[in-house]
Design a protein around this ligand. Sequence first.
Ligand code: HEC
Ligand code: HEC
Ligand code: HEC
Ligand code: HEC
Ligand code: HEC
Ligand code: HEC
Ligand code: HEC
Length: 477
Amino acid sequence: MSVMPPKKSKWNSCLKPIGVIVGVVLGPMLLWEFFSGRVDDTFHPVTELPSTHRIRAEDWGDLALEGGYPGTGWVLLPEVHDEPHYQSTVLPESRGFLPAAACRECHESKYASFITTAHASTSAEPSLETILASFQAPRNLLQTADPDFWFTMDHTADGYFQQLNIRKNSRAYLHRRSIDLVLGSGNHGQSYLSWEGDRLYQMHVSYLTELDQWVNSPGMYYDGTADFSRPVPVRCLECHATWFAEARNAVNRFDRHHYLLGVTCVRCHGPGLEHVEYHREFPSASVAHRITNPSTLSQDRLNELCAQCHSAGEPIAPAFTYLPGEPLSHYLELDLAADDANNADPHSANQLARLMKSQCYIKGENLTCITCHDPHADQRGQLADFSRKCLKCHTQEACGESNISGSTKETRCIDCHMPARRDQQVKVETKLGAVTALLRDHKIGVWPLVSEQILNGLQEPHQNLQSVPNPASQEAE
Ligand code: HEC
Ligand code: HEC
Ligand code: HEC
Ligand code: HEC
Ligand code: HEC
Ligand code: HEC
Ligand code: HEC
């Protein structure tokens, strides 16, 4: 008797309902018994298996990057440390970093629309609202190609969990880790982070929105292995959160109690404490005090404000020190050459470098990210609105494509000239094969194959952008 689903071969349609009942009813009972110690010989910790290894955060990089990554069936867990939790003496407020809520009293409408954006929700505490993946059986399962190796996700009064299950020599092994932070708004997917002491690790199981499923995390998380030992470097949090305090002596030690989640106002407007205090003291002052309005910045400084997170590059200054309006080159060696369509470290589609390759940027005047994007609004999917931005500089007639015209053409500029494409850098392994992320190309150009597909699709009611050929393959010029 076990909580595990029967082997695949036996999983036929008549056993299925029984299996589900066994899983749903007996599963939690047995788990409860296990944790209350009553049938402690039923489950064993995975640490009893010889294929399980504890990895030091400092060693993970060598292991993964130098080809030492173990094969199927292996389990990597973080080293356990008994050091006292790191407490930073520098708190976000002391650097003027305030949460978005601090701006609300005077900027209510900006606040209200901002909190609907992907920036606002790109990191969050776990909850049934913030975790988009399902905890309902059978959808709470990640089955690997090995029928004896799978993950189940569940939540209890104590939190949200990923559980690794292994069956070996008719014994059952398991390992549970709690989901402590959620990364990603879910436009594309979410990854989950877990604390071991004050060290932060990425979890093996992520969520892919396109499949609406739990999946192996993207990038070097192999199907049929379990890796809970990958340290989360501060750079990951620098792009996905407003503030974290990092201990100097480790790659992934942070102050667990003082951080600001979401990419919020102060990351684009600079520290806001003095601004808030001033305007509270002088409520009738109508000229803004001590805050950056990015629309007053030069083209380069404004694009760099976004490029601190939307580009590839080598950091050359401590995290969370860049301030809007400063030259980004003092903080990050931007890699504008790394601009082929399938780039870029880490998984951002390198929007600035791609945009800078466009004639619109080279010959146009003052083209910036905010020519098209309003950072305070959720504009996702509003492709007709985006197309109107093109008409700031172009007329419909300037377009040489004569097979469509009028309003159909006007709402479709984006589809043909900034196609979405599969980014080979963001790859998820599934038991059925690899899935890559669909990201918008910011090199505005003429892609004849794409245009052809769009034109063909216009005749069919539900044309699917996902089948558009990769413009990278057309980049012969
Ligand atoms: C106590 C009221 C108050 C609070 C709180 C407040 N602001 Fe302001 N803010 C103002 C006033 C007044 C202005 C000037 C009038 C205007 O532009 O709306 C202003 C203007 C601004 C501007 C435009 C600056 C310019 O030069 O045009 C930005 C950007 C801004 N605030 C950001 C923020 C951010 C970010 C926060 C939260 C960290 C914040 N504000 C909190 C009162 C406040
Ligand atoms: C501190 C890092 C950071 C800064 C600064 C930043 N972004 Fe982002 N941005 C992100 C991250 C992370 C995401 C992915 C959010 C998600 O979906 O989880 C994102 C997502 C986006 C998206 C996609 C939103 C959607 O729903 O489709 C746009 C557009 C965008 N950013 C534009 C900008 C622009 C324009 C600027 C500059 C004014 C900027 N960003 C500044 C980190 C940043
Ligand atoms: C240099 C900045 C940067 C770093 C470092 C970074 N990210 Fe991202 N991440 C982004 C941006 C920007 C996006 C949005 C994708 C895009 O459109 O370019 C994103 C998207 C994501 C998404 C998908 C969110 C969505 O849109 O649904 C996840 C999940 C994610 N990142 C996790 C991570 C994790 C985990 C790490 C660290 C191990 C990390 N990222 C490091 C900038 C960064
Ligand atoms: C991703 C970067 C980003 C974030 C996050 C962001 N802003 Fe802005 N904000 C900008 C940019 C760029 C401009 C100038 C362009 C514009 O006006 O849209 C701006 C302009 C403003 C202005 C002055 C212009 C106006 O329309 O009144 C205010 C006030 C403001 N933001 C407040 C906020 C507040 C409050 C928050 C958080 C609730 C916030 N912003 C979050 C980038 C950002
Ligand atoms: C800031 C003004 C500006 C904006 C906004 C703009 N463009 Fe352009 N674009 C230009 C200029 C200038 C050129 C160069 C024209 C020339 O060489 O005669 C250009 C060139 C082009 C080309 C020719 C590209 C090539 O490689 O030959 C296309 C296609 C194009 N734009 C489409 C668009 C689309 C679609 C949008 C909206 C997503 C857009 N542009 C937004 C200014 C702009
Ligand atoms: C000429 C218009 C234009 C400019 C300029 C522009 N973008 Fe975009 N961007 C778009 C469009 C259109 C989309 C697709 C939106 C959608 O699919 O909902 C997009 C999507 C994005 C996304 C989401 C990518 C994805 O597929 O999830 C990010 C991130 C982003 N832009 C960042 C930037 C940054 C950073 C800059 C400045 C370097 C910038 N954009 C400049 C038009 C533009
Ligand atoms: C169905 C796909 C499609 C749509 C929709 C579309 N275009 Fe085009 N566009 C093309 C193709 C293909 C070309 C190249 C035509 C040629 O030169 O033979 C082109 C050429 C262009 C050029 C470059 C002209 C030149 O030779 O320098 C510009 C600018 C342009 N389009 C802008 C736009 C704008 C703005 C919109 C929206 C109002 C738009 N396009 C909508 C497919 C499209």
